[in-house]
Design a binder for this molecule. Structure first.
Ligand code: CA
Length: 464
């Protein structure tokens, strides 16, 4: 079986960035994205250099492994070109670029990849990420330190561990050869797409019946609808039955590689650009060009992990302090509340006799906020009926001596059988009857059924 590819490439500066540092290419056999970085200057130059060099291998290969080798060599050659360009243009020091590329050879593809641009394969409705991000957070995920969900919001999620650039003469490029099938839809994209559009939305767009061109447009539009804070580049390749049409005219270059390189004339007068959020791990260390990248990368990785751990510890300490403060405040409030209740007294009944209580009648759940302070020998049963009801409803006192005065008057009432002034409740029995469902709904609720409550003093009013 021979197959014909249908493809498209789109690159957009996005809604925030001042210039497009991405580049993309959809050719006959070769498809690629590159996401440049370089802060003040150079990101667009780096990705353009890479794509222009790599598209030289958009040709027929006898085998996928030949294509794999050619692609890897092209990436290394692009790396060398970037290094030479920086040598001639010192203001571009620190520029670099990701590259994710594939070459179609019959029913196989060769892949080369470095950085955090991505290649996805859509097959039978399932979207699979084929490349692995060369990022700090991906290494944390791989080593089980964080989950992919935590990686998506990690403050260092933009830190790259590997790129093409002027810092390493021999960058480590991932390569692979894979089988393809008719019906496959392959997506190459910069992180401006994959970081801001949920994978399910990407899957949904790729699953549609739209052709490659419409799908790329749709994905870019959806990213713009989501704010597109970064440059976004999308390349789609469909695998169908049929011959590969060798048509150089159909090749599409997008992004900064599509524009003329202007850095030679613009030395020293580059426009001010928004700082890129992509940080190159070795920008600070200025590694010698003939040294290998990996040992320094590991050291940097260890430093990042240590810093990450310090940040976590700081955050934990912050949370602990906040928690202790909150608990302290709560305990203080409860203690204050308890102290306030301890300045109050009331008179009520305790197992058939009149007693002075310290505290307030209310309780918090199972915790009573009052205690018997003084018991008396006055039998509740010996009190005149109205007074007895008042005592059962409890009588607030303004102080301990006031409570004792009330007790004296109750004793008198018990002896004489006459209700005494100053032994009336405040008309709000603590267990006020609540309306039952059979009560008329128009009846005013919670009206205390206090017999002869009118005209009695309301000591409760000044309590609390
Ligand atoms: Ca980007």
């Amino acid at each position: 079986m021979t197959a014909r590819t249908l493809s498209a490439a789109v690159s957009h500066v996005g809604r925030i960035r001042a210039n497009n540092q991405d580049s993309g290419y959809a050719g006959t056999h070769l498809f690629a994205v590159a996401d440049g970085m370089g802060g003040h200057a150079g990101g667009d130059v780096a990705s353009a250099i890479a794509i222009r060099r790599i598209r030289e291998v958009d040709r027929e290969f006898p085998s996928a492994h030949d294509a794999e080798f050619a692609l890897q060599s092209a990436l290394i050659a692009a790396n060398q070109l970037i290094t030479e360009t920086v040598f001639e243009h010192q203001e571009l020091t620190g520029m670099g670029t990701t590259v994710s590329a594939l070459i179609r050879v019959g029913e196989q593809i060769a892949i080369a990849h470095i950085g955090d641009s991505r290649i996805y394969r859509m097959r039978d409705g399932e979207l699979q990420q084929i490349t692995s991000d060369h990022t700090f957070v991906q290494r944390l995920v791989d080593s089980g330190r964080i989950t992919p969900e935590e990686a998506a919001v990690h403050p260092r999620r933009s830190v790259l561990m590997r790129v093409l650039g002027d810092v390493d003469a021999a960058p480590e490029v991932d390569t692979a050869v894979m089988d393809i099938q008719a019906g496959d839809r392959w997506l190459l994209c910069s992180d401006g797409l994959s970081s801001y559009l949920a994978e399910e939305r990407i899957r949904h767009a790729l699953a549609s019946t739209m052709d490659a061109n419409q799908v790329t447009q749709r994905l870019v539009k959806e990213t713009l609808d989501h704010g597109a804070p970064d440059n976004v580049t999308v390349v789609v390749m469909d695998v169908t039955d049929g011959d590969v049409v060798d048509d150089d005219e159909a090749a599409t270059t997008v992004g900064s590689a599509a524009a003329p390189l202007t850095f030679e004339a613009s030395t020293g007068r580059k426009p001010i650009r928004l700082p890129t959020i992509l940080l190159h791990p070795l920008k600070v260390s200025a590694a010698p060009e003939d040294s290998h990248f990996e040992p320094e990368s590991d050291q940097y990785f260890a430093e990042l992990i240590a810093e990450d751990r310090r940040r976590r510890v700081r955050r934990r300490i912050g949370w602990t302090i906040a928690l202790v403060a909150a608990v302290g405040l709560l305990v203080g409030a409860v203690f204050l509340g308890w102290r306030i209740t301890q300045d109050h007294y009331y008179v009520g009944t305790d197992r058939g006799t009149v007693a002075i209580y310290k505290g307030v009648q209310q309780s918090i759940g199972p915790i009573a906020l009052s205690d018997v302070y003084e018991d008396t020998d006055i039998s509740t049963a010996s009190l005149p009926e109205y007074t007895r009801e008042n005592v059962r409803s409890t009588i607030n006192a303004t102080s301990l001596s006031d409570a004792r005065d009330i007790v004296d008057r109750l004793r008198k009432a018990a002896e004489t059988g006459q209700d005494q002034a100053g032994t009336g409740g405040d008309g709000t029995p603590s267990s006020s009857p609540t309306p039952t469902p059979s009560d008329s709904p128009t009846e005013a609720p919670a009206a205390p059924a206090a017999p002869a409550a009118a005209g009695t003093p309301s000591p409760g009013a000044e309590a609390l």
